[in-house]
Design a protein around this ligand. Structure first.
Ligand code: ZN
Ligand code: ZN
Length: 692
């Protein structure tokens, strides 16, 4: 009571000391209204109610204000009780109550209220239509819309927007054409709807038509049209719109600012995007996020991370989109330490269970080689969508955790989520990487029978891998020859690498021919074939192919491995001696070489491409880039910690055998990501089961 009194006294409405709230009964309605609204605006709901209770026979208008206060603060029960007690209810109070139910997320109650109404205004109908749309019930909204006795343009606009949000663009277009007095909102909704449904060109066309028919665009229209330009990469039209925006003075609008940044970033004019940002017209999260996303899109991931740090320093709170973009840049840089810091921040902001942030964290941990943390994050995601399931299924498959992938798939089906083509790719690659022949075959059969419209070349690549792994080369070749679609070079490449594993020279030559017919400069095919010839000791064929590669100007990508340590990337090429710690690294490798011999390791010289003397071959093998990187990590990290190494090509067979033993000798887990998958080396074995 005393706080209440103090507040009243501050308003100096009362001439004498306040003894009790009954003293105010002689206040006129406008002062009650002012006080009530002031309390509500400042979220002092209980004080508002106390005041309200002191009003002798409050008017319908005051009751409605009180109800709005309750629903705005999610106190629907209080609002309903008050509404029930009202002696007289007008149209506004009914409409307020329906809207209040919707604001509090109670669609059923809103429907009940709406059905109870004896008279309904255009506002009542439109409110209820918007309610259905807000909850995704576009059919119910549509039915109501056509039941409306008089349809105004606001209701039509709501329906146009609702159709577009639910992918029903044709219905939206039909209604748009039928709407008699279209206003700028109708046009903008239709332009934005076409764009967000991937019909960017039509969106731009409609914009031109709108301007042509003399309708003046609003800042919203401009933001939509700039986004459409960004999507179709139409920088010319974008620049024109930008000019108009400056003329009219709309560049102060934050969404326009963000759309302009996106336009220039998408069109690879990132400097122009930075210039717009540097004008510092808007320093809010939308604009910062546009800049961050744009930088990542242009491959400037370091810059993206800097932008994120700057934004935090400026006190701007990141939203879901910001997290998605910055985590994407983290894994592109393999910067797991930064990723972990960002994860901590997401927890602090209460966004850890958010589906978008959770999905991005899952991908980040998987891509950085840490599948356990990925699972931990994935488990905590509140409402998992298809992207969440796919991220975890594909991620676990990459790590060769076949059982985990299958368990996830079962859980996904139980959760009622329908598998799509990405799920299938994840499942099949899990079968290939974990050596599950029968499972792989039955999945593949199931997909081709029941989901044939979702079959993609990628699924054939996986199936050829699976068959190849088990030496079923003829079956694999037959599968390719009987495909319902044209086989691409990736499918033949899968067969070619299976031929290398099983030393099938004859089929390898056939597969290589098919690849080179499709893609004459495919260096991977040349390199694989050379490897196969070298393993078979056919050095004349090797040199012939080498010569051909030279003539055709095909360069073999040099093998390169790297380790990220405290935010610095340490890169190594084969036989590289340029690293400052070179001496220590080579000492470690020589020591390891001795130990490896003790463990009975003999170098597999088939993997040395060069036609040189045996001893030299051995030396070249032991200085392959992945071994240099591992030796560097061994001398630079604390004992027992896990080592993570990345390689641009596939790890060679000899290094693979050596690394298994190195993991055992050093007592470390070594995670190696090569171009095809993750290998987890532990105590003399590898998670891939020696097939990759
Ligand atoms: Zn190697
Ligand atoms: Zn392996």
């Amino acid at each position: 009571m005393s706080t209440c009194r103090a507040i009243f006294q501050n308003f100096k409405i009362f001439s004498k000391p306040v003894m009790g709230l009954m003293n105010y009964t002689n206040q006129s309605v406008p002062s009650y209204k002012f006080l009530l609204q002031n309390h509500i605006r400042n979220r002092r709901l209980d004080l508002a109610r106390k005041l309200f209770d002191e009003i002798p026979s409050p008017s319908t208008h005051l009751c409605t204000i009180m109800i709005t206060g309750y629903t705005q603060n999610n106190r629907l029960d209080d609002a309903l009780t008050l509404f029930d007690k009202m002696s007289f209810r007008d149209m506004i109070s009914w409409n307020t109550m329906v809207k209040g139910c919707l604001d509090c997320g109670d669609l059923a109650m809103a429907t009940k209220m709406f059905d109870k109404m004896r008279d309904r205004s255009v506002v009542s109908w439109t409110t209820m239509i918007n309610g259905y749309l807000q909850f995704g019930h576009v059919d119910k909204a549509e039915r109501l819309f056509y039941e409306m006795p008089v349809r105004d343009v606001a209701a039509s606009n709501s329906m146009i927007h609702g159709y577009c949000c639910n992918g029903r663009v044709e219905d939206a277009l039909r209604l748009f054409e039928e709407t008699p007095c279209r206003n700028v909102i109708s046009w903008t909704s239709m332009i934005s709807g076409l764009d967000s449904n991937g019909r960017h060109d039509e969106s731009l066309f409609l914009f031109k038509k709108m301007v042509g028919s003399g309708i003046v665009p609003t800042s919203n229209t401009f933001a939509c049209i700039l986004t459409a330009c960004a999507n179709v990469l139409d920088v010319c039209l974008g620049v024109q719109v930008h000019g108009n925006v400056i003329k009219i003075g709309f560049c102060f609008d934050e969404f326009i600012c963000a759309s302009l940044i996106m336009l220039y970033a998408n069109c690879k004019q990132i400097e122009d995007a930075y210039n717009i940002f540097n004008e510092k017209l808007h320093m809010n999260v939308v604009v910062w996020t546009a800049l961050l996303t744009g930088s990542g899109f242009n491959g400037k991931h370091e810059k993206a991370l800097t932008i994120f740090s700057d934004m935090i320093i400026m006190g701007i709170l990141p939203n879901q989109t910001t997290f998605t973009s910055v985590l994407n840049s983290c894994w592109k840089l393999e910067a797991i330490d930064r990723g972990k810091e960002i994860h901590m921040l997401a927890i602090k902001l209460g966004l850890e269970n958010d589906v978008f942030v959770g999905n991005s964290l899952t991908v980040m941990y998987c891509e950085c080689g840490n599948v356990n943390d990925a699972v931990a994050v994935f488990t905590k995601i509140g409402e998992k969508n298809i992207v969440s399931w796919n991220s975890m299924i594909v991620g676990s498959a990459k790590h060769g955790c076949g059982q985990l992938t299958l368990t996830l798939f079962k859980q996904m089906i139980c959760a009622g989520v329908d598998a799509d083509e990405i799920t299938f790719t994840g499942l099949l690659s899990a079968c290939s990487r974990s050596g599950m022949l029968q499972k792989g075959k039955s999945f593949f059969e199931y997909f081709s029978r029941y989901k044939s419209n979702k079959m993609r070349p990628q699924h054939y690549v996986c199936m050829v891998d699976i068959l190849g792994r088990f030496g079923k080369l003829e079956e694999a070749e037959e599968l390719i020859r009987n495909m319902p679609m044209e086989a691409n070079s990736s499918i033949w490449l899968a067969l070619l690498s299976a031929c290398r594993m099983h030393s099938n020279l004859e089929m390898a030559e056939r597969a290589a021919k098919c690849i080179l017919d499709l893609e004459p400069h495919c260096s991977a095919a040349y390199v694989l074939l050379c490897n196969i010839y070298a393993s078979a000791g056919k050095w004349s064929d090797v040199s012939q192919f080498r010569l051909k590669m030279k003539q055709e100007g095909i360069v073999k990508q040099p093998g390169c491995s790297w380790v990220n340590l405290k935010g610095v990337r340490h890169e190594f090429l084969s036989g590289d001696r340029s690293h400052p710690l070179s001496e220590k690294i080579y000492q470690k490798l020589d020591w390891l070489g001795g130990k490896l011999k003790e463990f009975g390791y003999t170098p597999d010289k088939r993997f040395s491409l060069h036609d040189v003397e045996n001893e030299q071959k051995e030396e070249m093998l032991s200085y392959h880039s992945e071994r240099l990187a591992i030796a560097f990590a061994l001398v630079s990290t604390v004992e027992c910690s896990t080592i993570t190494v990345m390689k641009n090509l596939r790890v060679c067979g000899d290094c693979h055998s050596a690394i298994k033993l190195i993991a055992k000798i050093a007592g470390r887990e070594i995670v190696l990501r090569d171009s095809s998958r993750f290998h987890h080396f532990r105590n003399g074995t590898c998670s891939c089961g020696d097939y990759w």
